[in-house]
Design a protein around this ligand. Structure first.
Ligand SMILES: Nc1ncnc2c1ncn2[C@@H]1O[C@H](COP(=O)(O)OP(=O)(O)OP(=O)(O)O)[C@@H](O)[C@H]1O
Length: 347
């Protein structure tokens, strides 16, 4: 059984490197083709090697590095201790960050033959609930939202017959004494009892999600996707209830507009994605500097994350990276962001 991690601490950062093969199979015409020999930028071994050479000052530190041959099981094994604590009433936020095509969706959602963190997390929660059934009774609800072009949408509820999704907003939580606590009024929560329920809900939501093909990724997420799990725990021995909440977030990929060849609608999407990711960067910098004002309200993404980043959540960030030299500028930006994020003190 994974051990529950301590509440206080910094944002934990896990670095995951995508395999080479996925970019070389369909090399984008405008990019340097990815060959194994040119894809030497980032492996666990090389990070520690560069660490040795450059000395501690410039070294990049992560809580864990997963190389390109790390399996979904290995990744989840390290993530599980954090996930478990939602059953004990903690708030958890796990998000994947990185350039487009770097493996964020693979890490969070995965595929049916290689499930990602979301599915494995729910699987573990259901199994734990069963194990603890003589002392605790758990109820699970989930929600699925996306932030697309700076609009927060409920992926589980249609707003009208034209197929428009219901639009949502982030508001201060009136039931909490903490000023950083937020909630999303009118968000649809669905009770789930097993993995089949979860799969049904996710399949419905994903049908409504905004993805499209870009030069960098055949099935690129054009929105930030927020899958949330709400756990109510009834203590059967002592009586009383407590609550835990977990956000599992697949961020849209950061991208250089010049590389993506985006025009029209794709360009608007890309600009909105980059804007909200830089708002996240600004909040992280302000949190590291312990500024009085953290600009959470500058974007829907940061407003939604306020609850986790300024509250009492345990936060884990996957920084997903391409191993290719041709992606070096983006990888460098992602790693710098991850380094800053790791300096954020929580709790
Ligand atoms: N560790 C991995 N092992 C196997 N396949 C991977 C891995 N990482 C990524 N891939 C594959 O690479 C491709 C791109 O990955 P993915 O869609 O997860 O990227 P992304 O970061 O979510 O991109 P975007 O931001 O454009 O949505 C997919 O086909 C995915 O299955």
């Amino acid at each position: 059984m994974p051990q529950v991690q301590e509440l206080k601490g910094n944002i934990r950062v896990f670095c995951r490197v995508r395999p080479v093969a996925f970019s070389s199979s369909t090399p984008p015409s405008s990019l340097t083709p990815s060959t194994p020999s040119s894809c030497s930028l980032l492996t666990g071994a090389q990070i520690s090697e560069s660490e040795k050479q450059s000395g501690k000052k410039n070294a990049i530190h992560f809580d864990k590095i997963f190389s390109s041959d790390s399996s979904q099981e290995e990744v989840f094994e390290e993530t599980a201790p954090l996930v478990v604590s939602v059953m004990d009433g903690y708030n958890i936020c796990i998000f994947a960050y990185g350039q487009t095509g770097s493996g964020k969706t693979h890490t969070m959602e995965g595929r049916s033959e290689a499930r990602g963190v979301n599915y494995r997390a729910l699987d573990m929660l259901f199994r734990l609930a069963l194990e603890r059934r003589t002392t605790m009774k758990y109820e699970f609800k989930v929600s699925l939202m996306e932030i697309y072009n700076e609009q927060l949408k409920d992926l589980l509820e249609l707003h009208d017959s034209k197929g428009e999704m219901k639009r949502l907003d982030v508001k201060p939580d009136p039931s909490s004494s903490s000023t950083s606590s937020t909630y999303v009024p009118d968000l649809k929560l669905v009770t789930v009892q097993d993995l089949e329920d979860v799969q049904r809900v996710i399949a419905l939501g994903m049908k409504n999600r905004s993805t499209s093909s870009t030069q960098m990724n055949e099935q690129s997420s054009r929105s930030h996707c927020v899958f949330s799990v709400y756990v109510t725990c009834h203590d059967l021995l002592k009586g009383g209830n407590f609550f835990g909440k977990m956000h599992l977030i697949d961020l849209a990929g950061s991208e250089r507009l010049s590389r993506t060849g985006a025009t029209g609608e794709r360009l608007t999407e890309a600009k909105n994605i980059n804007k909200s990711l830089s708002a996240l960067g600004n909040c992280v910098s302000a949190l590291v500097a312990k500024s009085k004002h953290i600009p959470f309200r500058d974007s829907k993404l940061t407003h939604l994350l306020q609850d986790s980043l300024a509250g009492d959540a345990k936060v884990l960030m996957f920084v997903c990276s391409s191993p290719c030299d041709s992606d070096a500028p983006e990888t460098s930006c992602s790693l710098q962001f991850a380094t800053r994020a790791r300096g954020v003190e929580l709790g």
